[in-house]
Design a protein around this ligand. Sequence first.
Ligand code: NDP
Length: 241
Amino acid sequence: MARVALVTGGSRGIGAAIAIALKQAGYSVAVNYSSDGDTAARFSADNKIPVYRWDVSDYQACVAGIAQVEAELGPIEVLINNAGITRDAMFHKATVEQWKEVIDTNLNGIFNMTHPVWPGMRARKFGRIINISSINGQKGQAGQVNYSAAKAGAIGLTKALAQEGARVGITVNAVAPGYIGTEMVRAMDETVLQERVLPHIPVGRLGEPEEVARIVVFLASDNSGFITGSTITANGGQYMA
Ligand code: NDP
């Protein structure tokens, strides 16, 4: 039986590439999204991957969504916590709402998704949790205090939870992408991208979502059983942690 993998925020961008790569690697894949039903429906039809709508910042919604996926596909053995948002502002202009939205989705979302699948993974003595962090959680980024805090939190969570999962066959790892050419990055001001971002990427280009997806497929596989608590970077040499 194919292992079941659930990708949060998988209807577009990096998550979509991860979902497609996992499917190609033989997993039974489910994708979660939060608001854009048209994009999710198109993704689902194009790739023959079922999509499920809920908000990862809502714990009870995660519990219900996970129960539905497990009822339809089977126990979730691989969880990719990919859903993420930005609400950028310099700190002196940032609002409480912007802070909370980003922490709720990008960090609390990881708790909300991982906590309900954890007991099943422990009982079955196998699990793969892969958290999508960010270069900006490693080095910090002006204008993204909320995002940097959430993404750094994801790395701390990964390390601590990896210690708890190690003896029960569960690995917990993070991937920290640099600037990847998705809507999140394309939404940036073009001048900022050209003048302030690209010159700092030694390979001289944005990354591709598939370049992150290939790391996730490796971390999900049986070949990566000795890797846990790690953060694997994919940033074109921009930051060597
Ligand atoms: P996109 O903005 O392209 O896609 C975000 C996805 O997350 C969408 O499927 C969206 O669904 C979903 N989503 C957003 N909020 C929620 C929520 N509350 N509950 C469930 N799903 C939600 O993002 P990227 O592909 O660029 O980024 C994916 C991950 O990679 C994020 O965690 C991001 O922080 C991280 N990352 C991205 C980098 C980049 O350069 N792009 C660099 C480093 C890290 P919907 O469309 O329905 O809203």
